[in-house]
Design a binder for this molecule. Sequence first.
Ligand SMILES: *Cc1c(COP(=O)(O)O)cnc(C)c1O
Length: 399
Amino acid sequence: MPDDAPPAAPKHGFATRMSHAARPPIRALGFVNPPVHRGSTVTSPSCEARRDNAKHRFDRVMTYGTQGGPTHWQLEDVVAEIEGGTQCTITGTGLSAVTVPLMAWLKSGDRCLMPDSVYGPARNLAENVLPHWGVETVFYDPCLDAAGLEALWTPNTRVLYLESPGSHTFEVQDVPALTAVAKRHGAISMIDNTWGIHTFQPFAHGCDVSIQALTKYVGGHSDILLGSVTVASREHHYIIRGMASALGHYASPDDCWLALRGVRTMPVRLRHQADSALRVAAWLADRPEVMQVRHPALPGAPGHAIWKRDFTGACSLFGVVFQPRFSEADIFRFVDGLKLFGIGASWGGYECLALPTNGGLQRRVTALPDGQAVRLHIGLEEVADVIADLEQALALLPQ
Ligand SMILES: *Cc1c(COP(=O)(O)O)cnc(C)c1O
């Protein structure tokens, strides 16, 4: 296969591929799962071999532990398979997977465009750190079309950043239309595809770089932090590896091993959780206390038609906006009253989580919904129990 050619169409379904992806044909001592390779020092048979190996250090020729090892590579190959890319780099957190490509492609005098609905810590980087290096970030309405993006474009715009759907407000972006504008201007398009996981194929929709917080559904058990940066060309791979290496990024092989264990069962967890979430979302949409449910698969959610066109499914994370007559204290009473939901950040684990979102969110060019909002993550619990729990907590709201 030529280096930059799109990968061949997958022959098997998602769960089959996740069961078999990147497993070596000769298993270690016959065991199904790989060993954990740990290490810092890598010795060479000769000085000459060491010198030659250093030239290929981004091509899995080992000279030092910071380059990762077989455990990292196996996870990289699985993530590249999930997203339809060709090379992947594992980083220590989802957030470091956001920072590495931004720092790799932006330099002093450049401008970056970010959706107003971007993940909060990515906004923090853009607003409070990138300016130290002379990089300006302009926030745009996530629902912008190609003409709107074109109007924002300047010759020094080097990076179009996307996140679809957006964090907390769940706007689905017109990725093919927006990335086409970036391509025409010779800029790089990068997307945070954590929500889409495998239901959105970033490279088939014009993205150059795809970011995942593997902390979420790949890990699946709320016990690891990991990120990934996937690309579809060797040139881009070297750019990512070069910056990750310059900054000293590294991920624990033990965490990579846990992610490899998690990913084998991810299709089943995801299917169950996505089904439950859609049932919970539809149930909430009919409740009189609720003004809007922001789940991309529900008609009326922002960007629903685009979701239908570009995604093959959903995950189990969505937003609920309450009627404006409820105060923050009312909503705190509701969330505190939930018995099966933990109150906490992150998502993608096996358990239900609820998080009030008003107060913590910033928007520059778009407005937040009128009522108090809560982000829900639906876990593996029985959906009837989850709905019953929501029902008893809604009864705590003033009537
Ligand atoms: C959680 C999250 C991240 C960051 O992942 P961490 O592993 O927690 O650093 C990045 N993007 C999105 C959309 C997320 O939800």
